[in-house]
Design a protein around this ligand. Structure first.
Ligand code: FAD
Length: 544
């Protein structure tokens, strides 16, 4: 039968009999209401970004049945999240929270353990609980997307406040932040900009962090630390709690902004450019997480399939890339730098003049005049995102292959020419080995940069999926040998990457496991996420 018509048996998590499991689900359905629990027995449909599944990863790199949920539940309140956690403890059933499940490139909505019950927090818990126009803060539930927050602020006429959005605005403010995602205004480090959490612990208790622990406080969103150990950190990139509320700081409207774009001719310009960018970025002359992108990805950002330019096997040759780019602003150059200056014109002009004189030190550097660029040019998507206006144009490069899907390799390094060159070479060699197009984009933070390499593959082509995964695994190991680690990763690579953070004979993982066992004695919450396995699962072959 065609895939769409095939009936599926619900997946049962390991360690529980099918009948006992179905009975436990019936019990939870009774508690939450029939409409708030769905068994995953329907065909797996991938949908698209706006109508994505919550049962699996719509961009899976494994076989589609590998990481799937057995059921999805929709709590409507913190109390209902507590009820679900109590139920999971009673039956020892793994649960996996998502806010909106648009974690594309990192596992989408999929749980790490097959057959987990997914808690889709965002469907019903989607309120903006507060927007404070004096403190420049807000308090949100998991289902609040960047678009929703932006639109609510606009609707209230609060022109004096900006949000910060990742490249795609359809994700959850909480989901993105707890996974330590990034955006492109000066408030782009979302985790650094959050203030205060409400968390349901794996045993069902609720805590409020920072000032939220003080009854009657009015500083939960303005002072993130409170008193005593700063506990928020253990709830990001972990499996130690379910975040049900989060405070976020908002950026003051800077009173004007101006995007700029430079291109640089040669691949070898990378190292001297990084030496120029570092002092400018650390001193905040370059004010946002700016991007230095290779021409290869700029071409793909137009949304055309690869076959428009090349039908041969292996990576698209450099000459073809340059021919394809000749009608774009990158032209015959190799690197494109996208940045933004903030503030009124007289302040911007001072900073832009400094940037200009520094960037011009690269022979052949070209400044692109934005007024020459058509409205659908990628530059304008960067312009919107860096001005805190949510967008989804970035999705276009996924069209590079049929059934386009992607996973990312994202190592962190200082902003140095030597580091950039080492990572570039490492990535390029492995992509050539596996016949994959290489799209390096250096995202420059404050004192570090993430090299983001997106591998786009046909998710219906097992051979290309295998090649993509093998390439990623090799790059992770190569990078670790040179002392580089990833800032975030896909579910499938979590064990491997956690393993590279091995100083002191794995001291940090032993510490994480001790916390896990103390907070989650039954090991029910997102087992294996970020490589942290509860005692019940350890040493039983779950790692991959
Ligand atoms: P979710 O999928 O809801 O959450 C992510 C993970 O965090 C979950 O799997 C879960 O393990 C955990 N989690 C979520 N909510 C909770 C909770 N309440 N309590 C405990 N744990 C929780 N990302 C960026 O950061 N920056 C970018 O610029 C960016 N660009 C992208 C461009 C493209 C083309 C694509 C396809 C993806 C991009 N992404 C980017 C990745 C991803 O789309 C975003 O990070 C997105 O915001 C994550 O999805 P989400 O917000 O729905 O989070």
């Amino acid at each position: 039968k065609p895939r769409a018509e095939r009936q599926r048996l619900p997946v049962v998590p390991q360690g529980i009999e099918r009948d006992a499991f179905l009975q436990a689900l019936a019990e939870l359905k009774e508690e939450l209401g029939a409409e708030n629990l769905e068994i995953n027995d329907k065909p797996l449909t991938d949908g698209w970004y706006m109508e994505h599944p919550n049962t699996h990863d719509m961009m899976t790199i494994l076989h589609e049945e590998e990481l799937v949920a057995s059921a999805v539940v929709y709590p409507g309140s913190t109390e209902e999240v507590q009820q679900i956690v109590a139920w999971a403890n009673k039956h020892k059933i793994p649960i996996f929270p998502i806010s909106m499940g648009r974690n594309l490139g990192y596992g989408g909505a999929a749980p790490r353990v097959r057959g987990s019950v997914t808690i889709d927090l965002g469907k019903r818990m989607n309120k903006i609980l507060d927007i404070n126009p004096e403190d420049f803060t807000c308090l949100v539930e998991p289902g609040v997307s960047f678009y929703a927050l932006y639109e609510a602020i606009q609707a209230k006429g609060y022109d004096h406040m900006w949000i910060d959005s990742p490249d795609l605005g359809g994700g959850s403010v909480i989901g993105n932040t707890v996974d330590r995602g990034v955006g492109y205004t000066p408030y782009g480090d979302h985790w650094a900009c959050h203030a205060g959490l409400e968390v349901v612990l794996p045993t069902g208790e609720v805590i409020r962090t920072g000032m939220g622990a003080l009854p009657g406080n009015n500083t939960w969103q303005t002072f993130p630390y409170g008193f005593g150990p700063y506990s928020d950190g253990i709830f990001s990139q972990s499996n130690f709690g379910i975040v049900t509320k989060m405070g976020m700081t908002l950026m003051p409207n800077p009173g004007g902004y101006e995007s700029f774009m430079y291109t640089f001719p040669n691949e070898e310009d990378l190292a001297p450019l990084m030496e120029i960018i570092r002092p400018l970025r650390i001193s905040n002359i370059l004010e946002n997480v700016a991007q230095l992108r290779h021409v290869s990805q700029s071409i793909a950002a137009r949304g055309l399939p690869r076959t428009t330019f090349y039908t041969g096997a292996g990576p698209v040759p450099s000459s073809v890339l340059h021919a394809a780019a000749s009608s774009s602003p990158v032209g015959d150059h190799t690197w494109a730098y996208y940045g933004m200056a903030y503030g009124p014109a007289h302040i911007r002009s001072h900073k832009l003049a400094l940037v200009n004189s520094e960037f011009r030190k690269i022979p052949g550097a070209r400044k692109i005049d934005p007024s020459t660029l058509p409205p659908d040019e990628y530059f304008w998507s960067r312009d919107r995102v860096a001005a805190g206006i949510p967008d989804i144009q970035e999705l276009r490069w996924v069209n590079w292959t049929p059934n386009g899907a992607h996973v990312a390799f994202s190592p962190v390094s200082p902003i140095r020419g030597t580091d950039a060159t080492a990572l570039f070479k490492l990535g390029k060699a492995r992509h050539e080995q596996y016949g994959i197009d290489f799209w390096p984009a250096f995202c420059v933070g404050l004192r570090e940069m993430h090299l983001i390499v997106e591998i786009v593959f046909d998710r219906h082509d097992p051979e290309r999926k295998e090649a993509a995964l093998a390439c990623l695994r090799d790059m992770v190991d190569d990078a670790a040998r040179l002392g580089y680690g990833e800032y975030r990763t896909h579910l499938v690579l979590m064990d491997q990457i956690a393993g590279t953070y091995s100083w002191g004979d794995g001291a940090i993982m032993r510490f994480n496991e001790r916390i896990k066992d103390a907070l989650d004695p039954n090991g029910i919450l997102a087992p294996g996420r970020c490589g942290i396995w509860p005692r019940r699962y350890r040493g039983r072959g779950w790692e991959m």
